[in-house]
Design a binder for this molecule. Structure first.
Ligand code: PEP
Ligand code: MN
Length: 341
């Protein structure tokens, strides 16, 4: 349920109303936007007397929110969520590019890719230290050593780092990581999501391989309802009957999610198709569809990569891609790589 307030109510009256609603056993979520102030109510609202709330002279209207997702719902928070991460603005109107190898493999590899992608204009460095692999015999990542190497690359280049958390017990080791990635395979690891709702790190939540958009938003709801509002959604392709591409990029998901949720949405064109020559066209499509950023796999020697080399682009291809991204984000009126004021 949402309570829409008249414009510019006094803080004191808003506070009184929030207390009154909390006393009904509901949790409240206050959104003070440019257009409207809204109090979102979460909990059992079935016995709430809507007319009694409407009678309050600072209240304009009271409405039920029928969707199961509340805190991530645009009805709860009409303005786009825009937040800083390591000094970079993330959200509508801005565009951030995350680039780097699928996995951290060695000091030389991660430092050289980090320097290259930085030079081409990436704002964040990605790299997996803990890798979720289908085969238990495949390279599983350098784990703690991989995290150390990522931090070294961060020190060397100044790029904030994004890396995947596979086990909530590793959270302590992620203290210097700038963005925690929850991979497609963990999108519905509900205990992990709940814990991440209580941590102070931004979360990059990837859509599951075969999850609906409602399920995707419900996973984000686990995090945001716990109090962690810095969640970025990442469309990375879903499984379909098509076999020529690794997955099928759901382009419609971008404008659709942005219509029903206030959270930023970025696109991963690398996992979406598994084919390097499709990375650039899909990145362009993502920008045209309104994405707030990209996550791209870049490897200095894709043929020798220990993971996802077949879909990785080279630093030179990434540099070309960034030229296109620069032109197209400017056309869309988005500020590329913008730092927070
Ligand atoms: C990755 O980003 O390397 C990754 C494993 O992605 P996903 O979880 O989307 O498959
Ligand atoms: Mn990968």
């Amino acid at each position: 349920m949402i309570v829409i307030l008249n414009s510019h109510p006094s803080q004191e009256r808003v506070h009184e109303l929030v207390n009154q609603l909390t006393n009904l056993g509901l949790s409240t979520h206050l959104s003070e936007g440019q257009e409207a102030t809204i109090i979102g109510l979460i909990g059992d609202t079935s016995r709430v007397d809507m007319d009694a709330i409407r009678a309050n002279d600072i209240v304009k209207d009271v409405m039920r929110v029928t969707e199961p997702y509340k805190a991530v719902n645009r009805k709860f928070h009409p303005d786009d969520s825009i937040f800083p991460i390591a000094g970079r603005q993330v959200g509508e109107g801005f565009f951030q590019v995350i680039a780097g190898p699928c996995s951290v493999e060695s000091e030389e590899q991660i430092i050289s890719v980090a320097q290259d992608v930085k030079k081409s204009g990436a704002s964040f460095l990605r790299g997996g230290a803990f890798k979720p692999r289908t085969s238990p015999y495949a390279f599983q990542g350098l784990k703690a050593e991989g995290l150390e190497l990522l931090l070294e690359a961060k020190r060397a280049t100044g790029l904030p780092i994004v890396t995947e958390l596979m086990n909530i017990n590793h959270l302590e080791a992620f203290r210097d990581v700038d963005v925690i990635q929850v991979g497609a395979r963990n999108m519905q690891n509900f205990e992990m999501l709940r814990e991440l709702g209580h941590c102070d790190k931004p979360i990059l939540l990837k859509r599951g391989l075969a999850n609906t958009l409602e399920e995707f938003l419900m996973s984000a709801e686990y995090i945001v309802s716990g109090g962690n509002e810095r969640v970025i959604l990442c469309e990375r392709g879903i499984r379909t009957f098509e076999t020529m591409t690794r997955n099928t990029l759901d382009i419609a998901a971008i404008p659709l999610i942005k219509r029903i949720s206030h959270l930023p949405v970025i696109v991963d064109p690398s996992h979406a198709t598994g084919l390097p020559f499709l990375v650039e066209p899909l990145a362009k499509a993502a920008i045209a569809a309104g994405a707030d950023g990209l996550m791209v796999e870049v490897h200095n020697n894709p043929k020798a990569a220990l993971c996802d080399g077949a879909q990785s682009i080279t630093p030179a291809q990434f540099d070309h891609l960034m030229g296109e991204v620069t032109r197209r984000t400017s056309f869309e009126g988005k500020r590329l790589g913008c730092e927070a004021e």
